[in-house]
Design a protein around this ligand. Structure first.
Ligand SMILES: [Cu+2]
Length: 187
């Protein structure tokens, strides 16, 4: 060794994979396997997000949560809005289209469960009711169904949260929650 030269760096004991790397690698593989398995399981169990709509099966013109978006006239979506069934249950039919919602304003009673059915007449839209956990995707050909109960009377802004074109920002509507006795329903 000549004067001034550096001492050789001692070679560290270095395995191909350190133990901590092996652990992380194992965790990553386990997560990948879990994700893959859960995707498979969702298809087997039918819980994949196809917006099947638990209430969709009984609606005229709706088969398995699906309908013909060019023929909404054959379904209750022809007359969007709130309707009361003979058994007293309430259903709200909402159609999103570029660039508006139908009905323009949805009036619902407070304190009663309401099953919503949301679809689109053209392209992908969203139906998000401000201040609630209502956030449905309105897809042409599919019905998104969910049941909710509004506790308090009030006015809730409702927006489209899926960009759908030049008029997207105009897709604002309103849900008016009324004290129960005021609400009007369509026959
Ligand atoms: Cu939209």
């Amino acid at each position: 060794m000549t004067k001034g030269s550096r001492a050789p760096v001692p070679r560290l004991e270095h395995h191909t994979l350190e133990r901590i790397e092996t652990v992380w690698f194992g965790i990553a593989v386990a997560m990948a396997v879990l994700l893959f398995a859960s995707v498979l399981a969702s298809f087997v169990s039918g819980t994949y997000p196809a917006l099947k709509g638990e209430g969709g099966h009984h609606i005229t013109g709706v088969e398995n949560g699906r309908l013909d978006p060019r023929n909404l006239a054959a379904t209750p979506f022809a007359k969007p809005g709130l309707r009361e069934n003979p058994d007293g249950s309430l259903e709200a039919f909402v159609v999103a289209r570029a660039f508006a919602f139908e009905p323009a304003v949805l009036r619902v009673p407070a304190g009663r469960p309401i099953t919503f059915h949301v679809t689109s007449a053209d392209v992908l839209h969203g139906y998000q009711v401000e201040g609630t956990n209502i956030n449905a995707t309105a897809m042409p050909g599919q019905v998104a169904s969910f049941t909710t109960t509004f506790r308090q009377p009030g006015e809730l802004d409702t927006i489209c949260n899926e960009y759908c074109g030049v008029g997207h920002h105009n897709m604002i509507t309103r849900v008016i929650v009324e004290a129960p006795q005021q609400a009007t329903t369509q026959p």
